[in-house]
Write a protein that binds this ligand. Structure first.
Ligand SMILES: [Zn+2]
Length: 117
């Protein structure tokens, strides 16, 4: 698999970007979406988009970094449980974690805390 990793510092934490990720491919099949970015912990998995194209899309980066924050805030197990529970109750769009991530898409200030190295 031709994966590419990018380390970034997010408030003293490294964020890895992985292209052509199997995890993102599975999500693309489940969601029936052509392009997918999905976060697990502090890794952003991409399918059908490049690292460069993803990073050029500021609102998309801010959206996914919000999910990284959510993983950190609640911890892996709790976040995955809460996220799935929200999805079952309210669906993807109204899931409060997705609502929060969408609200962050225009908050440029968040990006200044991130240093991609
Ligand atoms: Zn999202």
């Amino acid at each position: 698999m031709n994966s590419f990793s990018l380390a970034a510092r997010l408030l003293n934490m490294k964020v890895t970007i992985r292209e052509r990720s199997l995890v993102a491919w599975v999500a693309s099949q489940v969601l029936a979406e052509k392009q997918v970015a999905i976060v697990t912990g502090s890794t952003i998995h991409l399918w059908n988009t490049s690292r460069a194209a993803f990073l050029e899309n500021r609102s998309w980066v801010l959206h996914e970094l919000t999910h990284v924050h959510q993983f950190r805030k609640y911890g892996w197990l709790k976040f995955v449980f809460l996220y799935l529970a929200e999805s079952v109750k309210k669906g993807y769009f109204n899931n409060r974690f997705e609502v929060e991530a969408r609200l962050s898409e225009n908050r440029e200030a968040h990006v200044y805390d991130v240093e991609f190295v």
